[in-house]
Design a protein around this ligand. Sequence first.
Ligand code: RIB
Ligand code: CA
Length: 312
Amino acid sequence: MKRIPLILDGDPGHDDAIAWLLAEAGRRRGSFDIKAVTTVGGNVTLDKTTYNALRICTLLGLPAPVAKGAEHPLTADLMNAPSVHGESGLDGPALPEPGIELSELTAVELMVKVLKESEEPVTIVSTGPLTNTAALLLSHPELKSRIGRISLMGGGIGFGNWTPAAEFNILVDPEAADVVFRSGLPLIMAGLDVTERALLQPEDFSRIKELNNPVSGIVWQWLEFFYEFHRKLGYAGAPMHDPCAVMVLLHPELFTVRDYYVEIETGGEYCRGATIADKRRVTGREPNAKCIMDLDRDGFADRIIEAIGEFT
Ligand code: RIB
Ligand code: CA
């Protein structure tokens, strides 16, 4: 089976880190060829997400260049989520200092290089605001044909987590999301519909801790930290938002997917950043996204634990 070339674009972020762990485990098993890691401001500022990205890649031994991306959204001011991920964006365990240098290229420059050099269409996995991907599409429309698909964590059909209408990644940069959802590229949307059900529960944390390998202890501490915020909100576990965008590439059989035409609200007093799905086909528009609506949670948790077990 051919390796799928990947660009990992995110704002680490505890769940971004676990998504990238899944990608690296997939690479070790021959599923992926990780061509680049690119960072964006989101959960915390760009300097922090970039420092976190370098530390995560060092911890995982993920052998891809890391490039710094957009400091702020296309037009809006940046909003952050330190209440969820801590001031560092990756609070919890102490991590190794970066053992790799940051690329001299910007995120878009590295994305362009990867797309030009790849023999196969590249999958972009976006687990943060879509600013880098939108900037790539706006500045290099001629490279669209070299993008096979975009698997993104973002949105929610009918509800949000940062406002009643909008999910954080989309809300940070709705203009960028609008560019991506109008691009015509094959999209997989892992929205809150599935990610709020993709819970790792305390019994899963214990299974991870018992793996007792160089990475499992760190992941266990990430989960303990990330769960604490959500436990207080009544969650039964830690929502693995971003890992869904990678897991669907590895194990699509775990997920229930619906094809919808999705548009992004970029205006509005109450609904800016909403992902509005035409479930009843009233617009007559053809679907532009495969929206993940549900999952086999036990199977999802088992696959994540297996992936962590790769890091012996
Ligand atoms: O709404 C969840 C998303 O926002 C995740 O990507 C999380 O990392 C934060 O960026
Ligand atoms: Ca993220």
